[in-house]
Write a protein that binds this ligand. Structure first.
Ligand code: PEP
Ligand code: MG
Length: 857
């Protein structure tokens, strides 16, 4: 029969497994092994703590003799996993009349009585559940609280305790210890504690062990006290002391008594441990450095000082923001303490969002008036505007603004560029507003269904509270949490310093999966290049047509009835497109650039409001009714499933011809300039049958030879297909015969696989996820079971037909770590996502490579 674990003395080299004695006990053993000053301590195993709950205690405690002779002990929670928390520590167990008498000689009568009073109060409140306020009130009735005479307080406390509990305060230290043990066990099994720790991932039968430790009093002669501190800034990660210390204090007093506590290191705001006891501070620094090397991390230490000497009570990873985490880990590698591999695995890729964008200061108050889906991270503040034009006007006045729309449309792009952040009533994680905002790096909240927007009267109403906001009111958008905040809480700006670049360069050394950016314009491409991506994985060319001066030409094209009229408009668009591509190719300096031919339904380019229709009619010499009837002709019941993507390419082939010509003429120009060949990638959207690809390819072939003849250059290109329909995935083996790469457009593929509109899913997605109908928003994190299954089928079938077939992903999932790991395991060549998300993808790709035990690919 295996022996039940017993209470053990924690010692250097002793086996103190965390599953049995809790994480704190295990750390304490490590601290002892590192030869820190650690006071004697014993660990009570999880099973025994459970028995305490049933009032079963050891016959004899191993430190009972000392306890009975005036030794004071603390009883501290040691949960199996630190993050599960635990009940508060009880200090000074053993304090009684006799112990007080013994302390008078070293502390003096008043301090000894004060300590006794403190224990009575702590014991009464923490163990016996009496009211703390009663004690606070009592003290004020018997003595001057500014200069208390504790002999009087003691008499009052003992009498009060006896009156409340119907028994005198226990004088037997073992009784105190056991009662405290039972109380801690009961607190752990209480419902609220259980719910709280289960929210932190604890299982139902989560275990609590306890530590009984001989007190280092923190009181008395010389410099004595207690504090909590770390040698790194929790905000920036820079090496600097951060913490609080309280002379003549115990436990966490320094944190609880902010008025009396001092700083840890020299500080202009007030006294510090460094200024009052420099030697003790130096000891703390030395101890921190040893702990850092021992635990391969910067640590936060709880410590007590006795007569100038530092004793360590507990050590845990130093508090840090995401930005600080990067700086800390990079310095640990530079100091030879941590390997690059460990550093890369230790950072959660999602946490980089916090590093890349401004955030609301965690200490700031948030007056949250509504919530939606956090669709693009970061936070920003501005005055409400209700239209793209108003946003541009606001920018012209240098007045930061938040663009608030029911939903956005392509024609809002310029206004979105001008806004600080975007809020929409409708839409999901891949709606127009969300995709564009991520591309621009703007905070964005979509699907805030609890608000009503009336762009006409310029009012935003919060349904729950009836609060009405007007144009010009100040809002802050938190695109990570989905919160809409009234007013302007303080923001913390990102600081992509050297540490971030260093970490990214290590990620690049490890990863094999390519990471590209979705970049539509030269400024996107510059941003992408500055982020160090491997190329452009998706250039949505339609965004180019919304640039100044182009929309009108595009509209002329759409309104043209005859092929010749279309030709005129296309001849105007051709040089503009060619210039776009020349710029893109030069910015990307030979890195792959994947250009998608026009995708959205043509009616997206048409005017919507009455004013706009009138303006278009004026510009084009048409009547309002002619414009309106053309709009009606083009309108569809289901535009996302209608005349878009390759269907436009086949039915109005001149558009794709013009785009192909612009691409090849740009490539020829760059080739001539640089002298090195350039092979653009051309991608066809929304394909569902190989025949579509064959038809488009035949026309592209004609264009390329035409441009080759005209320019006297030899041109190469790769033709790819976006797999966005389930049928394209299932017929990948056909398509692979015509295309040389497949890029999964997982936004549309998710929409089509679920039969769920990407623009409307936001209305119920939050509830779906909260109720556990879907584990996650599938537009946010790839549905590996359904959509992923289709991708695997396509990858296998496609590569069977052509083993050299390149595979990529260019939906928004490309910036989601779980989806990146999926693509890595599936043997993809690259993922592509908004520039601001590429660092997340790079780190996730490196982690996938490091964690690959050979089974992934
Ligand atoms: C997609 O559908 O995943 C995609 C990248 O294309 P878009 O978002 O432009 O439809
Ligand atoms: Mg798509």
């Amino acid at each position: 029969m295996t022996k039940e674990p017993e209470i053990i003395r924690i010692q250097a080299g002793a086996s103190v497994p965390a599953e049995v004695y809790g994480a704190r006990a295990a750390i304490l053993a490590e601290l002892m092994a590192a030869e820190f000053n650690v006071s004697d301590a014993w660990a009570v195993p999880v099973e025994q703590v459970r028995a305490f709950g049933r009032s079963i205690f050891p016959d004899v405690w191993p430190f009972e003799a000392d306890l009975n002779q005036g030794g004071l002990y603390s009883l501290r929670a040691s949960p199996v996993v630190r993050a599960w928390g635990g009940p508060e520590t009880l200090l000074n167990i053993g304090m009684c009349d006799a112990a007080r008498d013994a302390l008078v000689s070293s502390l003096g009568a008043n301090a000894a009585n004060a300590l006794y009073c403190r224990f009575i109060q702590d014991y009464a409140v923490q163990v016996m559940r009496l009211d703390e306020e009663d004690f606070e009130e009592l003290i004020a009735t018997v003595t001057d609280v500014e200069d208390p005479e504790y002999s009087k307080v003691l008499v009052a406390y003992l009498a009060f305790y006896e009156a409340e509990m119907d028994e005198p305060f226990p004088q037997d230290p073992v009784v105190q210890l056991q009662t405290a043990g039972r109380s801690l066990a009961a607190a752990w099994s209480g419902t609220s504690a259980r719910i709280l720790r289960e929210a932190n991932g604890a299982p139902q039968d989560a275990g609590l062990a306890l530590i009984a430790q001989r007190m280092v009093l923190g009181l008395g002669q010389g410099e004595s006290g207690a504090g909590v501190g770390q040698m790194v800034s929790p905000v920036s990660g820079r090496t600097e002391p951060f913490g609080r210390y309280l002379s003549q204090g115990q436990g966490l007093d320094a944190l609880n008594d902010k008025a009396r506590a001092t700083f840890l290191g020299q500080d202009t705001r007030g006294p510090s441990l460094q200024s009052i006891a420099p030697d003790t501070f130096d000891q703390f620094c030395a101890v921190s450095e040893v702990a850092r090397r021992r635990f391969v991390d910067d640590m936060r230490l709880e410590f007590t000082v006795h007569d100038g000497e530092v004793f360590v009570l507990d050590a845990m990873p130093a508090e840090r923001s995401a930005r600080a985490a990067v700086a800390i880990t990079v310095r640990l590698v530079a100091d030879g303490i941590k390997s690059k591999r460990e550093a890369l695995l230790g950072i959660d890729p999602r946490s980089l969002n916090e590093v890349l964008h401004p955030q609301i200061d965690p200490k700031a108050d948030r007056n949250v008036v509504a919530t939606g889906i956090g669709a693009s991270p970061g936070a920003d503040t501005g005055r409400i505007v209700f239209s793209a034009n108003a946003a541009q006007a606001s920018e012209a006045r240098h007045e930061p603004c938040i663009l608030v729309r029911v939903e956005t449309a392509p024609e809002d792009i310029r206004g979105m560029h001008s806004a600080q952040a975007i809020l929409t009533e409708r839409g999901g994680i891949t709606s127009h507003a969300a995709v564009v905002a991520r591309g621009l790096g703007l905070p964005c909240v979509v699907g805030a269904s609890g608000i009503d927007i009336d762009a006409r009267t310029k009012q935003l109403t919060i349904q729950d509270t009836g609060l009405v906001l007007f144009e010009g009111d100040t809002l802050t958008i938190d695109g990570a949490t989905g919160e809409v905040i009234l007013g302007a809480p303080k923001l913390v700006q990102p600081d992509l310093g050297g540490a971030f670049d260093t970490l990214m360069s290590w990620a690049d050394d490890y990863r094999k999966l390519g990471v590209r950016a979705n970049a539509d314009t030269p400024s996107d491409a510059r941003l992408a290049r500055d982020f160090g991506v491997d190329g452009i994985g998706l250039c949505r060319t339609e965004h180019m047509f919304f640039e100044e001066g182009r929309l009108a030409v595009m509209r002329e094209l759409i309104f043209a009835d005859r092929a010749e009229d279309r030709k005129d408009a296309l001849n105007l668009l051709l040089p503009m497109q060619r210039e776009d591509f020349i710029e893109l190719f030069s910015i990307m300096q030979g890195h792959p650039v994947c250009i998608r031919l026009l995708d959205p339904p043509l009616h997206e380019f048409l005017p919507r409001s009455r004013d706009e229709i009138r303006r278009v009619a004026e510009e084009m010499g048409l009547t309002v009714s002619q414009v309106t009837s053309r709009i009606e002709e083009l309108s569809e019941f289901n535009p996302m499933l209608g005349m878009r993507g390759v269907r436009v390419g086949i039915t109005v082939p001149e558009i794709y011809d013009m785009q192909a010509r612009a691409i090849f003429e740009a490539a020829a120009a760059i080739q001539k300039l640089s002298g090195t060949p350039l092979a653009p990638e051309i991608m066809i959207p929304l394909v569902s049958a190989n025949r579509e690809v064959e038809i488009v390819k035949a026309r592209i072939e004609a264009v390329v030879s035409n441009v080759e003849d005209a320019t006297g250059t030899t041109l190469k290109y790769d033709l790819g297909v976006m797999v966005e329909t389930p049928r394209a995935a299932l017929r990948a083996h056909d398509i692979a015969k015509t295309a040389s790469f497949l890029s999964f457009g997982t936004n549309d593929l998710t929409q089509m696989t679920y039969g769920l509109s990407r623009d409307d899913a936001g209305r119920f997605m939050r509830q779906y996820v909260a109720d556990g109908v879907f584990p996650e928003d599938p537009f946010h994190s790839l549905d590996t079971e359904g959509v992923g299954e289709l991708m695997l089928i396509a990858a296998e079938r496609g590569r069977q037909a052509d083993p050299a077939l390149k595979l990529g992903l260019c939906g928004e999932h490309g910036g989601d770590p779980v989806s990146v790991a999926f693509c890595y395991a599936a043997g993809f060549d690259y993922v592509s996502c908004s520039p601001f998300r590429t660092p997340i993808a790079r780190l996730a790709a490196a982690q996938a490579e490091i964690l690959d035990d050979g089974s992934a690919r």
